[in-house]
Design a protein around this ligand. Structure first.
Ligand code: MG
Length: 377
C-alpha cells in the first residue's frame, strides 16, 4: 500500500543509532517489531498485570494481551490513514515494556522508592528497556531500534529528563509533536484499556450494567444491542456492546483525524511534527464520551475496594524488595550485583538504586511475590 507523504518511512527515517546492514526479507520497521517480539521484556508482559494482579483470575487481561489488542487497534487506524502500519505495530507492542509488576500501583511505589534517586517512570523505562536493558546483540546494547519507534515509545517526558536524553528528548524541548504513527499508538492504547477494563470489570463483578448506564458511550450501544437481541446472555451482551464501543471510537478517530490532516495539508513528516498540536484525535463529542467512561472506570473500578486492597499489597511488596535489596545487595543475582558495581562507580548510590529499580521493574507479578517471600525469610 502506498503511504501518505507525511507518513514515516524508511526514506525519511532518522535511522538507527548503530549502523546495521539492510534487512533482507522485511523492512526496517518490521525488523523493529520482530526485535520487540523476541525481547525478554516482551515475554514477561504475559505475567504482569494491568489492573488485576496476575493469577487472581486467569480470564483477565495481562500486559501482553493488552499490548496485542493495542497493536490490533493501532494497525487498523494506521492503515486507514495511509500511515506506516509496521511502525505503529512496533510502537504498540513496545509501549508497555517498561511497566513494573502490579500495574500502576507498582509504578507509583517504585517511583516513591526512587524519589531521591531520579524517580521512576514507566514510559521512560520502556525506552530504557529497548535502548539499554535488553542485552542480546553482539555489536550493540539494547535493540538498536529506529528513531521513529523510539520516538513513539517515549510518549511523555519532563523537560529536565528530556535534556538528559539527547536527540530523542529534543522534541519535548522544542515543543514538537511525534509522527502520526506514534499519535495513533497513544490513542489505540487508551481505546484498548478503556474497553477491556469495562469487560474485565464486568466479568469480575466489580462493576455492573446498571452502573455503566451513566456512561453515554456504553448506554447507547447497550440500547441498540438489547433492542436487537433481547434474549442475549450477559456474556455475549458484554462482548456485543464492547465491540460496538471500540468500533464507534475507532471510526470516529479515523474520520476526525483525516479531517485534521486534510485541513493542515502536511506534505512531509516534519510538517506533522511542527503542527503545534496532535492531528490524531477523537472528535470533540466522542472525546467527551470517552473521558466520561475513563472517569467512570477511575471511580468505580480502579478505586474499587478490592482493587485498592490488591494495590496496597502490591505496594508493600515493591517497597520491601527495594529496601531489602538496597540494604543487602548480596540478595541479588550475581549479574545484577556486577551491574551495581559499574553504576556505583559513575553515579554513586543513585546508580545502585537505578540498577535495583531496573531489576524490580523487570519482574513479573508472581516473581515479585516469590522474591519478597524469599528475602523476608
Ligand atoms: Mg498500555
Amino acid at each position: 500500500m502506498k503511504l501518505a507523504c507525511y507518513a514515516a518511512s524508511e526514506e525519511n527515517s532518522l535511522g538507527r543509532e548503530f549502523r546495521e546492514s539492510e534487512p533482507s526479507h522485511r523492512n526496517q520497521f518490521q525488523r523493529d517489531r520482530d526485535r520487540v517480539v523476541h525481547s525478554s521484556a516482551f515475554r514477561r508482559l504475559e505475567y504482569k498485570t494491568q489492573v488485576f494482579v496476575n493469577h487472581v483470575g486467569d480470564m483477565f487481561r495481562t500486559r501482553l494481551t493488552h499490548s496485542i489488542e493495542v497493536a490490533q487497534i493501532g494497525r487498523t487506524i494506521s492503515r486507514s490513514l495511509q500511515l506506516n502500519e509496521d511502525l505503529t505495530e512496533a510502537v504498540c507492542l513496545a509501549h508497555d515494556l517498561g511497566h513494573t509488576p502490579f500495574g500502576h500501583a507498582g509504578q507509583d511505589e517504585l517511583n516513591l522508592c526512587m524519589k531521591e534517586f531520579g524517580g521512576f517512570e514507566h514510559n521512560l523505562q520502556s525506552l530504557r528497556v529497548v535502548d539499554v536493558l535488553e542485552e542480546k546483540y553482539a555489536e550493540f546494547t539494547g535493540l538498536n531500534l529506529m528513531y521513529e519507534t523510539r520516538e513513539g515509545i517515549l510518549k511523555h517526558c519532563s523537560r529536565s529528563k528530556a535534556k538528559e536524553l539527547g536527540a530523542i528528548g529534543q522534541r519535548f524541548l522544542d515543543n514538537l509533536q511525534p509522527g502520526l504513527e506514534a499519535q495513533v499508538a497513544d490513542i489505540a492504547d487508551q481505546i484498548a484499556y478503556n474497553n477491556h477494563d469495562v469487560d474485565d470489570g464486568l466479568r469480575a463483578g466489580l462493576i455492573s450494567f446498571d452502573q455503566l448506564a451513566e456512561c453515554e458511550l456504553f448506554s447507547r450501544e447497550l440500547m441498540i444491542v438489547t433492542e436487537k437481541y433481547p434474549m442475549l446472555s450477559d456474556k455475549r451482551m458484554i462482548h456485543e456492546v464492547i465491540r460496538r464501543m471500540i468500533n464507534t471510537l475507532v471510526s470516529d478517530l479515523i474520520s476526525n483525524s483525516q479531517e485534521n490532516i486534510d485541513s493542515l495539508n502536511p506534505l512531509t513528516i516534519d510538517d506533522v511534527r511542527g503542527a503545534g498540536r496532535p492531528l490524531v484525535k477523537l472528535s470533540e463529542s466522542v472525546a467527551k464520551q470517552n473521558l466520561e467512561l475513563k472517569r467512570f472506570l477511575n471511580k468505580h473500578l480502579y478505586k474499587h475496594d478490592k482493587v485498592e486492597k490488591m494495590s496496597a499489597d502490591a505496594k508493600q511488596v515493591i517497597r520491601q524488595l527495594f529496601d531489602g535489596f538496597m540494604s543487602e545487595q548480596t540478595l541479588l543475582p550475581e549479574d545484577v550485583q556486577k551491574s551495581i558495581v559499574n553504576y556505583e562507580k559513575e553515579q554513586g548510590t543513585s546508580g545502585k538504586a537505578r540498577v535495583i529499580a531496573d531489576y524490580i521493574a523487570g519482574m513479573t507479578d508472581r516473581f515479585a511475590f516469590a522474591e519478597s517471600e524469599r528475602i523476608s525469610e
